[in-house]
Design a binder for this molecule. Structure first.
Ligand code: ATP
Ligand code: MG
Length: 396
């Protein structure tokens, strides 16, 4: 069987390397995704050329990870990653292999890869190179380590969590001896850097079967060693599927009864991610006190409230639900969506009051914003002027 593979640009890159006398093939996740009939995300190319040789073949290149053998080639306006055939040693700092050795054969390169389904290559003319039986494992929907699973997980413990992440993404089972090796080495995951785990969690949450992954996490005991992992992720409807990684993190937060800052620290979440989790956390608190006010609809917005509501329903299955349409409707009916939509500006306050500028201007803009959201005052210039002069006078 022959496969047509790659974008025009990536085929162009492989062609040029072949013409220059090197080997070059498509590898990794994109090959797996092709056999699965899925759209490939990013196409990786492996080559026998060293990074220096790759840079000689192409005019535009960027050194993105040259010490690991990766050069980014800009070809017909597309960025394409080209990695030299390599093996890697152990990961004694659990982040990066101690050393990578460039090798001249594809076989050796494929052998260092994690799972059989990820250890295949396709040539430009479409033949599949599959020394470890990846195609068969894909047909049987199995995640199987390349070689001896125990050895491979001792080299890099992240691979255990990657197996679990792929079980969520693909809905595949983890082959028995591979799964057994996870049971055995589960506690090794404690050495893995938070950022590496976080990247896999993000993909796990987006998977079609996160529940399957949560089951593996529980069964293998790896959950005991994953930072802050809450067993309650397994229960009721905390199981996903999640609309975004952040919704997964929100379920993680609430299931674990964690503080957003605590979870943020455990997985080195970004400030944007932490702020989102803070909002969901605060929204669920408001919701537990009763229904949302217009101020809540305004400050939390649709995305946070939809997530908060679905988690609230899990926590309190007997309470009435606020339907999605109601949340959307309430937000659509708000007189303004941000302060910028007010029918006046801070400058108007100076004119209307005859006072000099100062901190009070911002404070009064906030009060006007509140009054408009609560419906105490229409968002019309004259109405706001009247409301403001009344209140301003009264507070003096
Ligand atoms: P996705 O489509 O989710 O990105 P992927 O298979 O492309 O899946 P990546 O993390 O992008 O996953 O890695 C690309 C390839 O590099 C993998 O297919 C695998 O061959 C190899 N690989 C990645 N991480 C490891 C690892 N920790 N140990 C061994 N091989 C790995
Ligand atoms: Mg990838």
């Amino acid at each position: 069987m022959s496969y047509t593979f790659g974008t025009t640009a990536s085929r162009g890159v492989v062609s040029k390397l072949l013409l220059a006398g090197y080997e070059a093939v498509f590898v990794g996740g994109a090959v797996r995704d092709l056999l699965l009939g899925k759209e490939a995300s990013d196409i990786d190319i492996a080559t026998s050329a060293t990074p220096a040789e790759v840079k000689e073949v192409f005019v535009h290149t960027v050194d993105v990870g040259i010490q690991h053998g990766t050069v980014l080639v800009l070809f017909e306006g597309e960025p394409i990653e080209v990695t030299t055939y390599r093996t890697e040693g152990t990961y004694s700092d659990h982040r990066r292999p101690d050393e990578v050795n460039f090798v001249r054969t594809l076989e050796e390169d494929l052998r260092r890869r994690d799972f059989t389904m990820n250890a295949m290559a396709i040539t430009l003319d479409g033949s599949l190179i599959d020394p470890y039986g990846g195609k068969k494992d894909i047909a049987n929907r199995l995640i199987r380590a390349v070689g001896n699973a125990e050895e491979r997980f001792r080299e890099d413990a992240l691979r255990m969590f990657r197996a679990i992440r792929f079980s969520a993404v693909l809905g595949f089972a983890i082959e028995q001896s591979t799964c057994h090796a996870i049971d055995l080495l589960a506690n090794e995951i404690r050495h893995i850097a938070a950022e590496r785990l976080k990247a896999e969690w993000d993909k796990l949450f987006l998977g079609r079967e996160p529940l399957q992954a949560f089951q593996y996490i529980q069964e293998t005991g790896i959950g005991l060693h994953l930072p802050a992992y809450p067993a309650a992720l397994m229960t009721a409807c905390m199981q996903g599927p999640f609309l975004s990684p952040l919704d997964g993190w929100a379920a993680f937060l609430i299931a674990g009864n964690l503080e957003p800052a605590e979870l943020g620290r455990a997985y080195k979440l970004s400030n944007v991610e932490k702020a989102y989790l803070q909002s969901v956390h605060a929204a669920i608190h408001m919701r537990e006190k009763g229904l949302y006010t217009n101020v809540d609809y305004y400050r939390f917005g649709e995305r946070v409230l939809l997530t908060a509501e679905s988690i609230f329903n899990c926590l309190h299955p007997l309470e009435a639900t606020i339907e999605m349409d109601e949340i959307k409707g309430k937000i659509a009916a708000l007189p303004i969506r941000s302060k910028k939509e007010l029918a006046m500006t801070g400058n108007d306050l100076l004119i209307w009051s005859g006072e000099k500028g100062g901190r009070w201007v911002g404070e009064w803009l906030n009060k006007i914003e509140q009054a408009v959201i609560l419906g105490d005052c229409l968002n019309e210039r004259e109405e706001i002027k009247e409301w403001f002069l009344d209140e301003f006078e009264r507070e003096r």
